[in-house]
Design a protein around this ligand. Sequence first.
Ligand SMILES: Nc1nc2c(ncn2[C@@H]2O[C@H](COP(=O)(O)OP(=O)(O)OP(=O)(O)O)[C@@H](O)[C@H]2O)c(=O)[nH]1
Ligand SMILES: [Mg+2]
Length: 322
Amino acid sequence: MLVDDVTIKLSGGKGGRGMVGFNKTKGNLGPTGGNGGPGGDVILEGISDISALLQFRYKKDFAAENGHQGTTRLRDGTRGEDLILKVPTGTVVMNLDTGDAHEITKEGEQLTVAKGGYRGRGNFHFRASTNTTPMESEAGEAGESFSFRLELKMIADVGLVGLPNAGKSSLLNELTGAHSKIGNYAFTTLEPHLGAYYGLILADVPGLIEGSSEGKGLGDKFLRHIERTRVIFHLVSAESDDVLRDYKIIRTELEAYNPALSKKDEYVFLTKVDLIDPKDAEKKLKSLKKLNKKSIMLSVIEDVKLDEVKKILNELSKDKKI
Ligand SMILES: Nc1nc2c(ncn2[C@@H]2O[C@H](COP(=O)(O)OP(=O)(O)OP(=O)(O)O)[C@@H](O)[C@H]2O)c(=O)[nH]1
Ligand SMILES: [Mg+2]
C-alpha cells in the first residue's frame, strides 16, 4: 500500500558529556577534561521514489546519533552522525509543535528538522587562576524533538488509468525513466508510480476494478490522486474481447467516486495492438471512438505507435502553465 500520510517523532542527538580529568605529570596538574561532541541533526531529503514514506509505517520514532563524550585527556568527543531520512518529493512537512510547514519539492533538497543538542563542556573549559582544579563539567543538552506530519501531495498532470493488465506501467516506463513493475497478470503494480516526461508528471494509478469506488481492491485510495491530475489517459487492452465493457467499467468507477473525474479531459488508448489482427484492432478502435473521439491505438513495442502519445504530451506540456 502507498503510505502517503504519517505522523512521526524526530529528535536530534543529545550533546556528548564533557569530562573531568587532570594531568598526572609531576608539577603540571592542570585540568584536561575534553568537551563532548554536539548531537547529530535530523535531516529530510527529497527523492523521486513516492513509496519512501513506507519506512514510517510502523516505526514512528527516529533520533540522530548522540554526540560522543570527551576524553579525560583533552580530546573533544566527536559529533553525533546526522540522520538523513529520504522522503518523496511533493512531501509537505508539518511541525506539529511549532506549526511550521515546508514542502520538499526537489530531489536532493535537504531540510533540517531537528537540531542536535549542544555539547557539554569538560573541566578544562572551567579552569581559572582562582580555580586550578575545577571539578565541574557539563552533560550535553538534549537535541530538539518535535512531532511531524508528513503528507505526500501527488502533483501529476496526467493520470494513467485502466483495468489491471491494460499496459499502464509499460507505457509509463516507456515514456519516462520510471520503474513501475510490469507483469502479465492483474495487480502487478500495487502503488502509484510517477514519471516525468519533460515537464509533465505522469502517474500510473493501478488497482482500479469494478467496485473500486466502493472500496473494492486498492482503487479507492488511489482515486483521490486522479482528482488532482489535469488529464486522464484511459488504457484499454486490445486483447479484451469487449473493449467497450472494459472502458465503461472504469468510467463508472470514476463517475461514482467523483463526477468531476469523469469531466476531465480524457484520451483513450487501445493498447497492445501488436498482439491482434490489424483489422480487428481497427474495429475495436472504431467502437471506442464512438464513446470518445480522442481514441488512438498504441503499442509499446512498435515505436511508430508511440509517436501519437508523444504528440499529445507535447501539446499538453505547451499549455501547462508553470
Ligand atoms: N505485446 C505487447 N505487450 C504489452 C504492451 N504493453 C504492455 N504489454 C504487456 O502486458 C502486460 C501487462 O502490462 P503492465 O504494464 O504490467 O500492465 P498494467 O496496466 O500496469 O497492469 P497492473 O499493474 O496489473 O494494473 C505485461 O506482460 C506487458 O509486457 C504492448 O504494447 N505490446
Ligand atoms: Mg502496472
